[in-house]
Ligand binder design. Structure first.
Ligand code: ADP
Ligand code: ZN
Length: 622
């Protein structure tokens, strides 16, 4: 169904494409046999010359939504992309699919820029990637206006909104595109937008009666878990060891902890690099490349890392500290599994994290900013501390209701068991209450366990009715409970980490029996990788060997061409080849992600590798 054309309509575009033509282009250029959710709707809207707002999750396939129309129509599609570091990869990927794409940015030499302008004026480039600041130069706009621009595709469009968590002032200039290019449709894409941000983006970009599409933000292939933080480097190590050989990211809150964790992992023989904003840009770029090119498996990073990463085979994400917000957490975990294959994530979290975030909040200048930060902290704590399905809570943040339980998080799979600890909580809260809410954990635990320390005797705390009421558990157990109570917001430290505990409003409810208190008790450590069983199956083990062999070929080809491996073929394509074992071109074309262009480029090499393997020759690549 073609929507009514009330929005700006460019003469050189028309909606006259049949679904057959569109799907044929999807297969021949991208090698996909069907659209992902909402892609078809967006492509049709763009082909009909409509403005579009599309919020699709990371990995939802946004780039195809403007690349496919660019292939089918005449004229130039200008893609606004915030990160220069990302542009080359995006252009490489588009070219691999046979699309005439280029980028203009400050990394190019003047001669190169001239060459690109010559091609642009000849009309031989279909997709041009530029950064928002370039697009704000009047000179650049004037030059652009002399070309046949048929669409502006604004990537990471949430950056235009101050309500979003990644506001970028240079995006503001995009608001005047409508003035300078009247009649050229604008399509805005984002992977992270609440309704509030969506409305703001539409207003700022002045989209006219846009086709607004919201995909489900559910990332069904991602497993979510939260574990109490104990000795975090060791916990990270044991997680990473279960994922040996698979690429992943460890997020830490500070540069110092990034360096420390990276050194720790490297010291255990793992290939890990550190990444944070304190490094020279050149150095950062090299480190990022080693990860993108599969030369190291692990990046330990602050939040400075990620937005420029388009790597589709990230298999796991670890958060070594409590993230700043649910939104940021969802973005960061969302960098895994862009290829749709399963990925594993875990967040380690302890009361120390809350103190650190509070410390920053307390130093914020404006009341408004402080309040927003408090709200974000409350939300992320509710997530970390909850006994309900993690996915439900994450999606609720995007105003999306998830029906039932997901079956793919630690709560749904029963890794986390919750225990009602209301009575024990009342005992220790009472001890805090009766001693004037100024003592720390050790003293309170000594009171309930009935330890007659000098201090207790001196203060007469052995006469309290709560003295010794918790002898059935040891001091360590009570210290753990205090941590949980603090994590759940029942207790708070009045002045910094070393000060005594104060009872919060929620804590008072628990003390009076008006609210129950339960905490996570870990049953057993998570099973060693969710596909451990599969590996024992010999047929699958064989498929795994072929997959590894295909990966080696891919890595060699990628290195020869200076491309990231996933641009040659995604993990999902290699899986599909390993499973289907094609020995002729027709069979290879049926595999996921193999189009005519890829067939022409790589078909022979991959087919002969599979044939050699099936003939019992083993892996020709090793
Ligand atoms: P986003 O920009 O939304 O995060 P991308 O455009 O990078 O996502 O696409 C993510 C991955 O999904 C890419 O590897 C892409 O090739 C793949 N993809 C896109 N559309 C389809 C489709 N219709 N079928 C299968 N895979 C697809
Ligand atoms: Zn769940």
């Amino acid at each position: 169904m073609v929507p009514p054309m009330t929005a700006p309509h460019h003469p050189s575009q028309s909606a006259g494409y049949s679904l057959d033509e569109i799907t044929a282009a999807l297969k021949s250029h991208f090698g996909f046999s069907s659209f992902r959710a909402h892609q078809e709707e967006i492509v049709s809207a763009i082909l009909a010359g409509r403005d579009v707002f599309a919020a699709l999750p990371t990995g939802g396939g946004k780039s195809l939504c403007y690349q496919l129309p660019a292939l089918l129509t005449r004229g130039l599609t200008v893609v606004v992309s915030p990160l220069i570091s990302l542009m080359k990869d995006q252009v490489d990927a588009a070219r691999e699919n046979g699309i005439a794409a280029s980028f203009l940015n400050s990394t190019l030499e003047p001669e190169e820029i001239h060459r690109i302008w010559r091609e642009l004026s000849k009309g031989s480039i279909r997709l041009l990637y530029v950064a928002p600041e370039r697009l704000s130069h009047p000179r650049f706009r004037a030059d652009l206006a002399s070309l046949d621009v048929t669409l502006f595709a604004v990537d990471e469009a949430h950056c235009i909104s101050e309500w979003g968590h990644e506001f970028r002032p240079d995006y503001r200039a995009l608001g005047s595109l409508r003035d300078d290019f009247p009649g050229v449709p604008i399509a805005a894409f984002t992977a992270t937008a609440t309704r509030q941000v969506q409305d703001d983006v539409i207003r700022q970009l002045r989209l006219a009666d846009p086709v607004a599409v919201r995909g489900s933000f559910d990332r069904a292939e991602i497993y979510y878990a939260v574990e109490p933080k104990d000795r975090v480097d060791r916990q990270i190590l044991s997680f990473v060891e279960r994922h040996r050989g698979e690429p992943g990211i460890v997020y830490r809150a500070s540069r110092a902890s990034v360096e420390k964790t990276a050194a720790f992992l490297s010291g255990r023989g793992l290939r890990a690099v550190a990444y944070h904003a304190g490094l020279e840009p050149e150095d950062r770029r090299t480190r990022q490349d080693t990860f993108v090119l599969d030369e190291v498996e692990i990046v330990v990073a602050t939040i400075a890392f990620g937005m420029g990463i388009d790597k589709s085979n990230v298999r796991w994400i670890v958060h070594g500290d409590l993230p700043r917000s649910v939104e940021a957490y969802y973005q960061e975990t969302g960098r895994a599994a862009r290829d749709g294959e399963p990925a594993d994530t875990v967040m380690f979290f302890g009361p120390g994290d809350i103190q650190k975030i509070r410390y920053h909040i307390d130093r914020m200048e404006s009341d408004e900013e402080r309040e927003r930060a408090e709200g974000r902290l409350r939300e992320v704590l509710r997530y970390a501390d909850s006994g309900v399905c993690r996915r439900k809570l994450l999606l609720a943040h995007f105003d999306e209701e998830y029906p039932g339980d997901c079956g793919n998080c630690d709560v749904c799979t029963g890794v986390v068991e919750r225990e009602d600890l209301s009575v024990a909580a009342q005992k220790i809260l009472s001890a805090a209450h009766r001693t004037g809410q100024r003592f720390g954990g050790h003293h309170l635990a000594d009171i309930v366990t009935g330890a007659a320390t000098d201090r207790i005797l001196e203060l007469g705390h052995n006469d309290l009715p709560t003295f010794g009421v918790g002898r059935d558990r040891d001091k360590k157990w009570w210290l753990g409970l205090l941590r949980d109570l603090e994590g759940a917001g029942c207790l708070a430290r009045a002045d910094g980490p070393k000060s005594g505990f104060r009872i919060t409003a929620r804590g008072r409810n628990v003390l009076r029996g008006q609210e129950s208190f339960s905490a996570a008790r870990r049953a057993a450590p998570p099973a060693a990788g969710r596909d451990a069983d599969a590996i024992h199956d010999t047929r699958l083990a064989d498929e795994e060997r072929l997959f590894e062999c295909l990966r080696s070929l891919r890595l060699r080809l990628a290195r020869e061409r200076g491309l990231p491996p996933y641009v040659v073929f995604s993990d999902k394509s290699l899986r599909s080849i390993a499973r289907n074992r094609p020995t002729d071109e027709a069979a290879l074309l049926r595999c996921h992600g193999v189009g005519e262009r890829k067939l022409e480029q790589y078909g022979e090499l991959f087919l002969s590798l599979v044939t050699h393997y099936l003939d019992g020759g083993g892996c020709a690549e090793s």
